[in-house]
Each structure stands twice: as structure tokens, then as C-alpha cells.
Design a protein around this ligand. Structure first.
Ligand code: GSH
Length: 236
């Protein structure tokens, strides 16, 4: 059994997709980052970086428990455990791995910062940050659209954990709209996202998300300040 420390954000949805694709047995443990649950000392023992997702696989290598944090590392771990969604051929495998790194090292941080400054930053004073991150996100969407014009999936010919890393961040029309991007401008992204959305595992994840409740459903200004650490707090 895998304990999955999770909630609803794009980084955890990557892992939901993989667990559902592989039909691995897992138990959700909701960590309400909007309440600061991720700074609980017991959670920090699992991930000193205080972020979800985290998994604890009680049937890890050698039958012993293993804890894995960082969504890219978790996707790679689960791919190896299940023997699925990661090619065995080293050349094809590193195609997939390099795209996972692009997602966690570039796509997530740039889209995340744009979302912060556009939706949650102070109206006055965020202009330069919005311009800077808009330029980068525009470049990223064009780059992915080009990639998907040349390759059926992000990591190559087959659906892989690289697609699961990108899809929750770049494949959803509503999320793109919130940061001022219209997916219709990226036809290859639309084609790719539509194919992924039709997968039964993707449909199960999409149906489950709205059932998860958290402070995010009804946040106060203080909840935003705590989440974005605008109150001087770095640990609970
Ligand atoms: N690089 C990390 C990012 C994880 C991350 O940013 N998680 C967010 C939710 S999407 C979180 O836990 N935020 C709580 C906080 O920063 O206080 C990964 O890919 O797993």
C-alpha cells in the first residue's frame, strides 16, 4: 500500500494520474497546505522542503518502506515500480527524463510565479514580475506546442510520465485562462491534451478532484498570507 500525501494542486494531480493509470493500491492522506499542515513536524520528517506531493510506499525496494518527495522523483519511482510509462531503452528513457526535468525545473516555477503575481500579488508593484513571467510562459507554451508538433507525446511516441508531469500544468484550458493564455493559440497542445483527457485514468482523476475539500474552497485574506508566507512565517 502507498500512502499518498496530497490535495488538489497540479503537482499532486501528476501523481494521481500515475497511480490511477497503474491501478496501484494507495491511500490518500490530505495535507491542507492552505492551513499550513505541511509545516507540521511529522510532515517535515517526510519532506523537509514542506511540500506535497509525498509518497510512502510500505512495499518499497527489498520489501521495506520508502519515502519519496518531489513529483518528478515520485513519477520516476512509480514508473520503475510498475514497469510502465517509462521506456526501457536508455535513449528513449532519457528523452522522457529530460522532459520531466524541464517540467519541474522550468514549467512549474514559471507558470506558478506568473499565477502568483497575476492573481495574488499586490496590484501595484507586480507589473514587472507579471511582464517577466508572461514572457517566459509565452516562450514555454510556444516551445511545448512546437515539441508536440514534432512528437505525438512530450517524451516520444508513447504516453509516459513526462506527459503526466506536463498535463496538469499545461493541458487544462481553465488553468491557462487564469494566467491569461488561450490554449486555442497552441493547436498541438490542444490535440495532445484532448487525447490525454480521454484516458479512463484521467477521467477518474478529473471526477475525483472536486470532491476534495480544503481551506482553498473558502479562503480568508489570512489564509492567503499564510500560504504565500506574507506574514513573516516560514514554519508553523
Ligand atoms: N517541485 C515540487 C513542488 C511542489 C509544490 O510546490 N507543492 C505545493 C503544492 S502544488 C505545496 O506543497 N505548497 C505548499 C507551500 O509551499 O507551502 C514538486 O514538483 O513536487
Amino acid at each position: 500500500m502507498i500512502d499518498f500525501y496530497t490535495l488538489t494542486s497540479p503537482n499532486v494531480r501528476k501523481i494521481f494520474l500515475m497511480l490511477e493509470e497503474c491501478e496501484l493500491p494507495y491511500k490518500n492522506i490530505f495535507v491542507d497546505v492552505w492551513k499550513g499542515d505541511n509545516f507540521d513536524p511529522d510532515f517535515l520528517k517526510l519532506n523537509p522542503n514542506a511540500k506535497i506531493p509525498v509518497i510512502v510506499d510500505h512495499d518499497g525496494p527489498g520489501g521495506k518502506p520508502i519515502t519519496v518527495f518531489e513529483s518528478g522523483a515520485i513519477l520516476m519511482y512509480l514508473a520503475e515500480k510498475a514497469g510502465k510509462f517509462m521506456p526501457l531503452d536508455p535513449t528513449a528513457k532519457y528523452q522522457v527524463i529530460q522532459w520531466i526535468f524541464v517540467q519541474v525545473g522550468t514549467v512549474g516555477p514559471m507558470l506558478g510565479q506568473l499565477g502568483y503575481f497575476k492573481m495574488h500579488g499586490p496590484k501595484e508593484g507586480s507589473e514587472h514580475a507579471v511582464a517577466r513571467y508572461t514572457t517566459e510562459v509565452d516562450r514555454i507554451y510556444k516551445m511545448i506546442d512546437k515539441r508536440l508538433g514534432e512528437s505525438r507525446f512530450i517524451g516520444g511516441d508513447d504516453y509516459s510520465v513526462a506527459d503526466m508531469a506536463f498535463y496538469p500544468w499545461c493541458g487544462e484550458r481553465i488553468s491557462a485562462g487564469k494566467i491569461g493564455f488561450d490554449l486555442d493559440n497552441y493547436p498541438n497542445v490542444i490535440r495532445w491534451a484532448a487525447e490525454i483527457a480521454e484516458r479512463p485514468a484521467s477521467k477518474r482523476v478529473a471526477a475525483f478532484m472536486p470532491t476534495i475539500q480544503s481551506v482553498r474552497d473558502n479562503p480568508t485574506p489570512e489564509d492567503f498570507d499564510r500560504l504565500w508566507r506574507r506574514n513573516g512565517q516560514t514554519a508553523a
